[in-house]
Design a protein around this ligand. Sequence first.
Ligand SMILES: Cc1cc2nc3c(=O)[nH]c(=O)nc-3n(C[C@H](O)[C@H](O)[C@H](O)COP(=O)(O)O)c2cc1C
Length: 193
Amino acid sequence: MDPIEEFRTLFAQAQGVDRALLPDPTAMSLATVSPDGAPSVRIVLLKGVDERGFVFYTNMNGRKGRELVATPRAALCFHWAALEIQIRVEGNVEPVTDAEADAYFASRARESQIGAWASRQSETLSSMDELRGRVLEVEQLYGNKPVPRPPYWTGRRVLPARIEFWHAGAFRLHERRLFERSGESWTMRRLFP
Ligand SMILES: Cc1cc2nc3c(=O)[nH]c(=O)nc-3n(C[C@H](O)[C@H](O)[C@H](O)COP(=O)(O)O)c2cc1C
């Protein structure tokens, strides 16, 4: 009756599948909502999961970042086709700590760290040359020094209130189990497919 534990078991299974069949089990759709209720969705990578929730990192000045500041709620969706599994997660969103964000940023490739400074995520870009120019500027700025984490680049944790596991079944008799948070524990019910 612990859907996080179940998620971790399935995630480990997905990580064991041949990359040609399941290229990246950490890829997940992240849906956010604008102040007037318009949804938007994009892929981000899962960078951590534990009893507290599901962590991803991003540029908070971009569209998703601004939407999450205005409305700190999100939905995630994983589709591991090779396992015929879909997992949906919904809940409130909270910032990770600066220490967590620093640690993850420090673990990234230097090129990615430079890219985080060079990119004005979701703003209009005149050409790829403009982006390459900004990368060169950042490279020159830091030289051989460590690249610090940009203040606008950090993580968010989705605190799951609902987690649904969908397993493909024969003849469309798919199995759906919805876990809903109730205080410190979870309730589970099945849904028609
Ligand atoms: C496989 C894949 C992984 C991605 N991972 C991330 C990620 O972890 N964080 C991120 O901010 N964007 C990631 N992106 C880019 C986002 O999909 C998106 O284009 C970008 O974050 C801008 O979104 P926004 O304008 O809604 O803020 C990824 C894209 C793909 C295709």
